[in-house]
Write a protein that binds this ligand. Structure first.
Ligand code: 1Q0
Length: 215
């Protein structure tokens, strides 16, 4: 994946990845899940270095999951469902306290999963926004309602500062690289329910196995 974060972003690619994420029996493919995040990191990188600390964290989490996929146990990481089963059955998850498995697949994916909720809220806001609505406000509101609850003060502060550097809605839509605003809105209309479905399936799975607070 070296260098792939620097290529030009296209919203359609992200949509395709999240579309491929769900198996016929509604399991979540890790490969396509991380591909979706890779696409989003490309977008973030194209917004400038202010967001470097965010994309760096996302890239390192993507890499942890890719390493699992490429490991000898790779097939166990094919779906989020099989990953959860494999790691729990083999005691590869720090269920209570950070310790033996600080970089388990389950805790790593949980961080991206929480960020996916932010993305869902943000994209829905963007989809229904008006021309002069501020992306920074939409982004902050979505963040406060989701990810912020899992971040310490210092990260919340840094994120809050970065949001000020977000470009306005017109530039944002341009960077999405799918055509005129109506087209962006149409694609967002397809992307948001997909992302929401992937989020809900993962949320229910983690809830069922009591994994939503993994350290
Ligand atoms: C467009 C603006 C992007 C704003 C992203 C909002 C999220 C802010 C997150 C701040 C993260 C700060 C870095 C460190 C965080 C970690 O401490 C935390 C916990 O991990 P750990 O190992 O310490 O327990 N990590 C996380 O919470 C994961 C955060 C991942 C954020 C991934 C964001 C990827 C960016 C996506 C750009 C999306 C653009 C949306 C519009 C595109 C249209 C489809």
């Amino acid at each position: 994946m070296a260098g792939s974060e620097n290529q030009k972003f296209c919203l359609q690619e992200v949509l395709d990845s999240f579309q491929l994420c769900l198996s016929p029996n509604k399991e979540v493919y890790v490969e396509h899940y991380v591909a979706g995040w890779r696409g989003l990191v490309k977008f973030l990188n194209s917004l400038g270095s202010v967001f470097g600390f965010i994309s760096k964290d996302a890239v390192s989490k993507i890499q942890i999951l890719v390493n699992f996929l490429n490991s000898e146990n790779g097939s166990q990481y094919a779906t989020v469902q099989s990953m959860v089963k494999f790691e729990l059955d083999n005691k590869l998850v720090d269920v209570d306290k950070k310790g033996i498995c600080p970089e388990s697949g389950c805790r790593t994916l949980l961080r991206l999963h929480r960020a996916l909720r932010w993305l869902e809220l943000f994209l829905e806001c963007l989809r229904t926004s008006k021309e002069d609505d501020k992306t920074s406000v939409m982004c902050r509101e979505a963040y406060n309602e989701s990810l912020a609850q899992h971040h310490p003060w210092v990260v919340r502060k840094a994120a809050g500062m970065a949001f000020f550097a977000l470009p306005g809605r017109p530039t944002f839509f341009e960077v999405m690289n799918v055509g005129p605003p109506e087209q962006v809105v149409a694609i967002l209309g397809k992307a948001v329910p997909l992302i929401s479905e992937v989020y809900l399936i993962t949320e229910e799975l983690y809830l069922k196995h009591n994994l939503l607070d993994l350290p």
